[in-house]
Design a protein around this ligand. Structure first.
Ligand SMILES: Cc1ncc(COP(=O)(O)O)c(C=O)c1O
Length: 389
């Protein structure tokens, strides 16, 4: 993806306003949704609200026909406020606390994801007859931010859980997985689909729901495979599973978050200080007014490398360490990731971090060390405060 910004983003960034802020253009989200939907044909798309729960984004996706992957009552409330029909919401967090599923069901949510016997029993008690997908553990090689085994049952256990759902009066609809976010290898999805449909077939589901989770990547600093490549890998793996007699077919669902919201945002941050650190580091240190705690959580371990640009400066680019403003030693954005910024960069300039629409405002702390949450400015609207997610 070339780093060309949408007219909506360019217009927001051309307006003088207090920094820092996240500029967000829902039109980009709509376009990304349509591209993914076209590539996958008749798959249903459930937007992962956690990526960016901004109301304008949710309203845009409701209008486009999307459903939603939600993890909490707050996310359910946000979707309902955006006038989503509760039937298009899926509660995808299998670590719901007591009463959470019943509360969601009172709002009309009927679809849930599970991955443990304890949760199946809780769902059966709280939402009799609920439609349930069992989350399967899969290999997530190729992901920049893997789950490290936090979720998902092994295949034998998943078969047992689908049977347990049936015995407890739930409706076992199929299998879901998540191959890790910023998943750059289509082949990883193909392998996960094979494992999922083999598991569904063993549980007696001839035409299961197959929810591919999220993971679809954004071209931050390097090109990535496009939706058509992922669709080809997935459709090929489904065809193979049918040919092998594991299932007769599958209804596909996708839960993209990053891929829809990421390219829709630009985080504009003021430079607080540019300093030399003789005897410590030969590079300049550039401190921004945002860091790990004001929305750049995904730079932990330097997992995600956002492209940078500096409006209004043209000095020769030289190496820098990029750091956040707080007194926390972990609040260094990029130490190993190469960062080259203009030699004439000075305190008071701004730096734009591109493709920051996903997992930024929803991660910002409420005020760690006195640095406030990230303000969001939406194309076509006034400013709004961030929402929990
Ligand atoms: C259950 C579930 N679905 C979908 C997503 C969205 O993932 P991504 O933003 O990588 O598309 C997540 C994010 O972690 C998730 O936990």
């Amino acid at each position: 993806m070339p780093d060309v910004l949408s007219p909506g983003l360019e217009q927001l960034l051309a307006t003088d306003r207090p920094t820092p802020y996240l500029a967000l253009d829902p039109a980009v989200v709509r376009e990304r949704y349509r591209t993914l939907a076209r590539a996958f044909g008749d798959a249903r798309i459930l937007y992962a609200v956690k990526a960016c729960p901004e109301p304008a984004v949710l309203e845009t996706l409701v209008a486009a026909g999307a459903g939603f992957d939600v993890a909490s009552q707050t996310e359910i409330d946000l979707c309902l406020a955006a006038v989503a029909d509760p039937s298009v919401l899926q509660h995808g967090d299998p670590v719901r606390g007591p009463g959470a599923a019943a509360r969601a069901a009172r709002d009309g949510v009927t679809r849930f994801v599970t991955d443990s016997a304890e949760d199946v029993d809780a769902l059966a008690a709280e939402v009799p007859g609920a439609r349930v997908q069992v989350r399967l553990s899969v290999d997530d090689t190729g992901s920049a931010t893997p789950f490290h085994g936090k979720f998902g049952a092994a295949p034998d256990e998943a078969v047992a859980l689908l049977g347990r759902c049936r015995r407890r009066g739930l409706d076992p609809a199929g299998i879901t997985f998540h191959a890790g976010s910023q998943q750059t290898r289509p082949g990883t999805y193909a392998a996960a689909v094979a494992r999922a449909l083999g598991t569904a077939g063993r549980a007696g589901l001839r035409h299961p729901e197959l929810d591919l989770g999220g993971g679809w990547p954004v071209a931050y600093r390097s090109p990535v495979a496009g939706p058509a490549d992922y669709a080809a890998a997935v459709h090929g793996a489904v065809a193979d599973a049918v040919a092998a007699g594991h299932v007769d077919g599958a209804d596909l669902l996708l839960e993209p978050g990053r891929a829809l919201a990421g390219p829709a945002g630009v985080l504009r941050a003021p430079v607080l200080r540019v300093s030399r650190r003789p005897g410590i580091d030969h590079r300049r240190w550039v401190y921004l007014d945002v860091g790990r705690y004001q929305g750049l959580a995904e730079t932990e371990g330097e997992a995600i490398g956002y492209p940078l640009r500096v409006p209004g400066r043209s000095g020769r680019a030289g190496p820098c360490v990029l750091a956040g403003p707080t007194c926390d030693g972990d609040d260094v954005i990029y130490r190993r990731t190469p960062v080259a910024l203009p030699s004439d960069l000075a305190a008071g300039d701004v730096v734009d971090l591109l493709h920051t629409g996903a997992y930024t405002s929803s991660y910002a702390s409420v005020g760690f060390n006195g640095f406030g949450p990230l303000e969001v400015v939406v194309a076509g609207e006034g400013a709004s405060i961030p929402h929990p997610g």
